[in-house]
Design a protein around this ligand. Structure first.
Ligand SMILES: C[S@@+](CC[C@H](N)C(=O)[O-])C[C@H]1O[C@@H](n2cnc3c(N)ncnc32)[C@H](O)[C@@H]1O
Length: 283
């Protein structure tokens, strides 16, 4: 999940863009997505730290569920020579993009990564920890499907296994809104827009789109679309416990600075218009 929150007016961003010369490689929805919403360095550090704190040892074998382009797998193996990673996703073309752009550049370290075209609910080989980021677990709806998935995860984990999820919420998460944000990279800048197109108050399903706008006015409208259940940490907790996990810990962001994160375990939280949290399922 992306932790930078620069929001503003789309017109002024386009006007303010000095460059019409973004490299052709920018016309690639996976690359733009990675720049906009992924921070694998943070997530890998967070998992490493929490696992050591809760389990008193280092985790080595990570499974990244709904891995997409497998940015977390790549960062996991890059950061420690004993780390291995298995990435699972249903979409062959997205996995292939990840192999070419994230895994192959690792060189020799790429031998410690496997990307597999598979449903996350059908794989049970043993790993130390599982992560599912950018809210992908919201795709499993209704809650009995979520519990079934967590039961399968339980089988994939040893006696000290952990599952890492991220979650967003707050009343703004239910509003129909478009939130443009300028993304700056070493090669140029572009606009990322998160659109919440609809929210159903009965079944809690939200429909969301990601759009990109490049220098020169080129738009990638609906580059990604998600229709998912806006689950709360309370529902995640109940599903984890129903699936045989012993505990579920919510890590809430206590930082006052939007540029910094300070996630700490929490049992209660003040209501907020919009929030991001991590949820850890404990075997
Ligand atoms: C929201 S994207 C998340 C990608 C990545 N985890 C990230 O952090 O950006 C959801 C991904 O889940 C995949 N997916 C959806 N249902 C799946 C399932 N049952 N098993 C495996 N992958 C699935 C889609 O193909 C898509 O790549």
């Amino acid at each position: 999940m992306n932790h930078e929150a620069w929001e503003g007016d789309m017109d002024s961003m386009i006007e303010g863009d000095a460059s019409n010369t973004l490299p052709a490689s920018f016309d690639d929805r996976h690359l733009l997505y990675q720049y906009s919403v992924q921070v694998p360095e943070f997530e890998v550090k967070f998992m490493d730290k929490v696992f050591r704190k809760l389990r008193g040892r280092r985790a080595h074998f990570l499974r990244e569920d709904f891995c997409g382009t497998a940015a977390v797998c790549a960062e996991w193996v890059r950061t420690h020579k004993k780390h291995r990673a298995l990435g699972l996703d249903l979409d062959r073309s997205t996995l292939d993009w990840g192999l070419e752009h994230n895994i192959a550049p690792l060189g020799k370290d790429a031998d410690r990564v496997e990307l597999r075209e598979a449903d996350v609910r059908n794989v049970t080989e043993k790993v130390d920890l599982v992560c599912a980021y950018n809210f992908s677990w919201f795709l499993l709806n209704p809650v009995n499907q979520l519990t079934r998935y967590f039961k399968k995860l339980r089988k994939s984990l040893g006696p000290d296994g952990l599952v890492f999820l991220d979650c967003y919420g707050g009343w703004e998460a239910q509003q129909v809104v478009e939130e443009p944000r300028l993304v700056e990279t070493d090669e140029g800048m572009f606009t990322y827009t998160w659109e919440q197109a609809s929210f159903d108050a009965i079944n809690n399903v939200a429909k969301c789109h990601i759009h990109f706008e490049l220098a020169g006015g080129r738009r990638l409208k609906k580059a990604f679309t998600y229709e998912w259940r806006l689950y709360s940490p309370a529902e995640a907790r109940e599903a984890f416990l129903a699936a045989g996990f012993s505990d579920c810990i919510v890590y809430w962001d206590y930082s006052d600075d939007p540029e910094e994160d300070l996630y700490k375990p929490a049992k209660k939280a003040e209501n907020q218009p919009g929030w991001l949290a991590y949820i850890v399922g404990v075997v």
